[in-house]
Design a protein around this ligand. Structure first.
Ligand code: EPU
Length: 337
């Protein structure tokens, strides 16, 4: 059943725990419901945002529009061979429940993405990633409803134009589609991806290496470095890791020999923003109601009753400080509304 609320508090719908109201809040559980709503209800015509668990968003004020929350559930095996399995999952399922299911079944591909907060529907939009794996590596197909025409469209992996924390849904199709289902391709003959240094070290504590121990290792690492949004409001990495010219990295290395960089192509490097922020003396710093996390400078935290403006202002100050010191612009990963 779908439901429409008016003047609805979003405090429990964003992991920063920011207390703002939406003019309308609409949740739906089936494709037919959202299609009918978009076609028939004038409320659906006003400004809108699609919100999953709200784990990547900061509201700086009340939202004078409609928040649409997909609650489409279900997990369906759509194809299975000796090599792989295709699983079609509702956009409203919790991401980590899906990863847990795959690990229990020994289906490989999702384990490095353990414990990422959020819902299935956000995984292709944001191309979530961690520990050397991105959602794009396992996404087969994305099913979505066109907001204007209510047509149901299936996007193949290559149609989604995936990039680092980016996709077509954040660019030319921004605000044009609502994801209802995502189909993932998992391997029944898993090859573990443990090249990310910290996983190898953590795995030494286990006496076997399989999908489930990789999941456990990653859960341990994440729990050590990232704050639990249930206890302290945050949205994971607040900034992206910038991609810069190798020449610029070489120049910076003269002055900052320990700069953390990863080669992404012949001419480009990715720089660890957490390191940049830490070098500015901003790791674990408290600025009243907001601050940066003590174990990972890339994460901004809400110590209690911060407003979205407090968070946004701190983010802008951090951007400026990093720019002044390194001449690098760090983009926000979190969506500001
Ligand atoms: N580092 C510091 N100081 C810090 C944080 C990091 O010096 O405060 C250094 C670390 O020592 C390490 C390097 O930076 O050498 C990278 O750190 P880490 O492995 O923690 O990863 P990250 O690049 O900071 C990215 C993702 C995370 C993801 C981890 C693991 C982005 C923006 N963030 O962080 O994603 O969990 O890699 O793969 O790409 C998220 O998107 O919400 C998120 C948490």
């Amino acid at each position: 059943m779908d439901k429409l609320f008016e003047n609805y508090s979003l405090k429990n719908h964003n992991t920063f725990g920011i207390d703002v109201n939406a003019r309308y809040y609409y949740e739906f559980s089936a494709t037919e419901e959202i299609v009918f709503f978009l076609r028939e209800n004038p409320v659906s015509k006003i400004k809108k945002i699609i919100l999953g668990l709200g784990s990547n968003i900061v509201f700086t004020k009340d939202f004078d529009g409609i928040v649409i929350h997909p609650k489409v559930r279900g997990l369906q095996v759509v194809e299975e061979t000796t090599e792989h399995v295709l699983l079609k999952i509702g956009a409203g399922e919790i991401w980590d429940n899906f990863v847990n299911y795959c690990c229990k079944k020994n289906y490989g591909g999702a384990e490095n993405l353990s414990l990422i907060p959020g819902m299935i529907g956000a995984s292709p939009v944001q191309n979530i990633g961690a520990y050397g794996v991105e959602a794009k590596d396992i996404i087969e197909e994305v099913e979505a409803v066109n907001i204007e025409t209510q047509e149901i469209k299936k996007f193949r992996n290559q149609d989604c134009k995936f990039e680092y924390r980016n996709s077509i849904f954040k660019n030319e199709l921004k605000g044009k589609y609502i994801v209802t289902y995502v189909t993932y391709k998992l391997s029944k003959k898993p090859v573990l991806n443990i090249c990310y240094g910290k996983i190898k070290d953590e795995l030494k504590k286990f006496n076997k290496k399989d999908i489930s121990t990789v999941r456990e290792a990653i859960i341990n690492i994440r729990n050590r470095k990232l704050p639990d949004p249930e206890k302290i409001g945050n949205a994971g990495s607040f900034f992206k890791n910038p991609i810069i010219d190798c020449k610029k990295t070489q120049e910076l290395r003269k002055e900052f020999p320990n700069i953390v960089s990863y080669k992404v192509s012949e001419t480009k490097d990715k720089i660890a923003t957490g390191w940049l922020i830490e070098q500015c003396g901003l790791k674990g710093k408290n600025f009243g109601k907001v601050g940066t996390y003590k174990d990972q400078a890339l994460v901004i935290v809400n110590y209690g009753d911060a407003t979205g403006k407090d968070v946004f202002n701190l983010a802008k100050d951090i951007q400026q400080t990093v720019y002044d010191k390194f001449g690098i612009i760090i983009d926000m990963e979190v969506n500001i509304v």
